[in-house]
Design a protein around this ligand. Structure first.
Ligand code: TYM
Length: 344
């Protein structure tokens, strides 16, 4: 695998990330990614995408796809991504994503892509029947990032392997074309207790949209009552909240709830344990649920307002696509030249 630093790269520092427009975002998406998107705007030029081309790798849904995209765009804005400062756009509106993905298909090696654990998880037992697109998903993801020569990519921990693949593709492209620092080696931003939010019912499974039970996750649109009920029913054990991090060992569900508290209040796990250590879950759970509701309710209300106002959302997305194209097209033109594609 490639080194973490690339001091020779002199291009601009730029953040890129994306989310799939799959029905309903949850707390894992918020704490693992979206909350970081908002914070990073103070420090970097940020480009945030809604990856509809990735969504169709699972199956078609032409009637709902556009509205699902709008819902994610509304979540971005409601959470605090500012469309004036950052670029928010739909992946398929910038055609160069697919063009670069093809070129990267010719750079990435079968063995690299075959190692991707997310494909194995998503394809399940019958990989032969899944789409080629699902297999190729991480190569398109590399194209998303590198089309903007992005240097930093905020994601949850489940994306770590895909980011390593993006770095390997960038490195091999640079080597193969004798263009040492053409692409940056994008750095994943994964740190913090929000990077891996687990199911409320089973601390060994990540919180996910695909879990059949809604009680395993907090949806961004859940109201205060639903949040309270889900947190109260979340799996814990009879012991009190531990006083230090060592006390979390072997208590995955407790570690998850404490991690959620830390992430949502942007504090350290140690500080949450200092406040609640020794107290029972009868005290901790209501405090957590109230904190979550206070954070998520205004976001849910703003999401509702925005999704009802499709004209405003669509204008944001049109403007975002234009800004994204202005960055992507000159980079794609350079790529075509480096690769030697026909230009006469
Ligand atoms: P998606 O839509 O599956 O997830 C969106 C983001 O949410 C994070 N996430 C979590 N973080 C913490 N705990 C969880 N339980 C949890 N579940 C999801 C994901 O890590 C992700 O950051 N492949 C990407 C979409 C993508 C992308 C890109 C990301 C396509 N192109 C380019 C970055 C850069 C994905 O998993 O989306």
């Amino acid at each position: 695998m490639t080194d973490a630093v690339q001091p020779q790269y002199k291009g601009p520092q730029r953040v890129f990330s994306g989310m799939q427009p799959t029905n309903g975002l949850h707390l894992g998406n918020y704490l693992g990614a979206l909350q970081k998107f908002v914070r990073l705007q103070d420090q970097y030029e940020c480009i945030y995408c809604i990856v509809d081309l990735h969504a169709i790798t699972i199956g078609p849904d032409p009637q709902n796809l556009a509205n699902r995209c709008r819902e994610v765009a509304a979540a971005y804005v409601a959470a605090g991504v500012d469309p004036k400062r950052s670029t928010i756009f739909i992946q398929s509106a910038v055609r160069e994503h697919t063009e670069l993905a093809w070129i990267f298909n010719c750079v990435a090696r079968m063995g690299w892509v075959e190692r991707m654990t997310q494909f194995k998880d998503k394809a399940g037992k019958d990989a032969q029947r899944s789409s080629v697109g699902l297999f190729d998903y991480p190569v398109l993801q590399a194209a998303d990032i590198l089309l903007y020569k992005a240097t930093h990519v905020p994601v949850g921990e489940d994306q770590k392997q895909h980011l390593e693949l993006s770095r390997d593709i960038a490195q091999k492209f640079n080597n193969d074309h004798d263009a040492p620092n053409f692409f940056p080696l994008p750095e994943p931003l994964i740190q913090g207790p929000g990077a891996r939010i687990m199911s409320l019912r089973d601390g060994s499974k990540k919180m996910s949209k695909s879990d059949p039970s809604d009680m395993t996750r907090i949806n961004l649109t859940d109201d205060a009552d639903a949040i309270m009920s889900k947190i109260k029913k979340a799996t814990t054990d009879p012991l009190p909240v531990p006083e230090n991090k060592e006390g979390l060992a072997g208590r995955a569900e407790v570690e998850n709830l404490v991690g959620i508290f830390a992430a949502v209040t942007e504090r350290r796990v140690e500080d949450v344990l200092a406040e609640f250590g020794g107290k029972g879950f009868g005290v901790f759970k209501p405090a957590l649920a109230e904190t979550l509701a206070a954070k998520l309710s205004p976001i849910a209300a703003e999401m509702r307002r925005l999704t009802a106002d499709t004209a405003t959302l669509d204008a944001i997305l049109r403007d975002g696509a234009e800004k994204a194209r202005a960055v992507a097209q000159p980079i794609m033109a350079e790529v075509r030249e480096v690769v030697g594609l026909w230009s006469a």
